[in-house]
Write a protein that binds this ligand. Structure first.
Ligand SMILES: C[S@@+](CC[C@H](N)C(=O)[O-])C[C@H]1O[C@@H](n2cnc3c(N)ncnc32)[C@H](O)[C@@H]1O
Length: 242
């Protein structure tokens, strides 16, 4: 069961609206955990996979000095991104991950914020990412936390108490559910499987972060202290020794 991202206009239109709201989860919980693993770019090449509206691409280019290639399959998202960051030197490409082709050793950094749980054959994509990275290069991605993807509608919260009914954790595969009023498919994998896939792609894990907002007062803060929203993994391609 795979989802055609480019045809999914209704879903991404809703996401774009939620993504731009003040105090959103992505800007205040996901991006900080991803960016705490990324060094200054000093002009090196970065690939942003599933850039969406372009917030991560903008930070990479403007704040960290990377030369950024930003990819997304949704024309809806890229139209917003191009408009929001029109003066910024970012190359935007409309393409599905499975259609991408780059020579080996093309990038020093690959970033994917909350796009990999939409990918069915992530093992294949991670191997391709590994080949696109230079030796010593960094791959950082965040996904919806497996405690949530195992049962995407496990919300049990009421009156400020946050809980989640995790079930079928070890039964990996697609989960179809309604998100933001549209049909959505997430591909559930255990944390162990993410680690095994990275290892199978020749990558070494450097950091694993489950961000929670310990001091904040955003609408999501309390929930983030009870049930993790995201999992962030930073991994490195070893330098080949001849
Ligand atoms: C949840 S959004 C996250 C967007 C952005 N990274 C952010 O953090 O706001 C996921 C994005 O990944 C893109 N995406 C998902 N699967 C994709 C695929 N197979 N090829 C290209 N883009 C994909 C979607 O179009 C969407 O823009």
């Amino acid at each position: 069961m795979s989802q055609s991202v480019s045809d999914d206009d209704a879903l991404w239109r809703q996401f774009a609206e939620a993504r731009m709201k003040e105090g959103n989860l992505n800007d205040h919980l996901d991006l900080p955990s991803v960016f705490e693993t990324i060094p200054q770019g000093k002009g090196s090449k970065a690939l942003d996979l599933g850039c969406g509206l372009g917030q991560s691409s903008f930070r990479l280019a403007e704040q960290l000095g990377y030369d950024v290639l930003a990819v997304d399959a949704s024309s809806e998202m890229l139209t917003h991104a191009r408009r929001l960051y029109s003066g910024v030197n970012i190359q935007w490409i409309e393409c599905s991950f499975d259609q991408l082709e780059f020579p080996e050793n093309s990038f020093q950094l690959i970033v994917a914020c909350l796009s990999f749980h939409f990918v069915e054959r992530l093992d294949h994509l991670l191997k391709r990412c590994s080949s696109w990275l230079c030796g010593g290069g960094l791959l950082v991605f965040s996904v919806r936390h497996p405690i949530r993807t195992c049962n995407p509608t496990g919300e049990l919260s009421k009156e400020g108490m946050f809980a989640w009914r995790a079930s079928d954790y070890f039964q990996e595969g697609p989960r179809e559910f309604n998100w933001l009023g549209a049909k959505c498919i997430n591909h559930h994998r255990t944390i162990g499987t993410y680690a095994a896939m990275l290892s199978g792609a020749g990558m070494s894990i450097e950091r694993l972060i489950e961000p929670s907002d310990s001091a904040g007062a955003f609408a999501f803060s309390e929930e983030s202290r009870s049930v993790p929203f995201f999992l962030t993994i930073a991994s490195r391609k070893p330098i080949a020794h001849l």
